[in-house]
Design a protein around this ligand. Sequence first.
Ligand SMILES: [Zn+2]
Length: 200
Amino acid sequence: MMEGPIAEVNLSKIDLDWNGAIAFLDRDGVLNFGSPNYINSPEELEIIPGAKEAIIALRDMGYRIAITTNQSAIMRGLWGEDTIHSIHAKLQNEIGLLDVLVTCPHRNRDRCRCRKPHPGMLNKASEIIRGKYHQTLDWWGEKPEPIHPLDLMVGDRNSDMGAGWAVGARLFKVDEKTGIAEVIDRIIRDDVGDDFNPVG
Ligand SMILES: [Zn+2]
């Protein structure tokens, strides 16, 4: 079985001294419409209105962007890594280049450390982008300090909120039909984000 997550990196140059904020974004229900049967091909990918403009706004504010997406279809054997790359090529054709895209291919029973709510994909992206990441995890402790105070996570599920919580990020939960457009104004105003208790 595949050990870790699949990482696609578009940064032309890795700068471990970069100290800015990362916008961690779930994919399905945040940038594109999700499906109970997975997004299985580029043809099935449909961008949610306003997502492209939100990405542009995040870029203008200086965020680097990390997509973190659970795609257990891979370990279920429905399709492989090539499909993820072709879906992500279409995604970026439509909304612009994204710095890092991290995919967890695992099922619950694979007991990996990357499937959200585990923060493995966010930590992987943070390590790639700025050379630092959270090395401890305590679901019953205090929410950790973020690496950058404006780090944020946008998702449509509690598993997204849990993963963001575990890296101290500001949390923005959205409806799967409206996606990131629903919260971009709050993000622009440096809103503190939603309350979330991972063991509540
Ligand atoms: Zn995983």
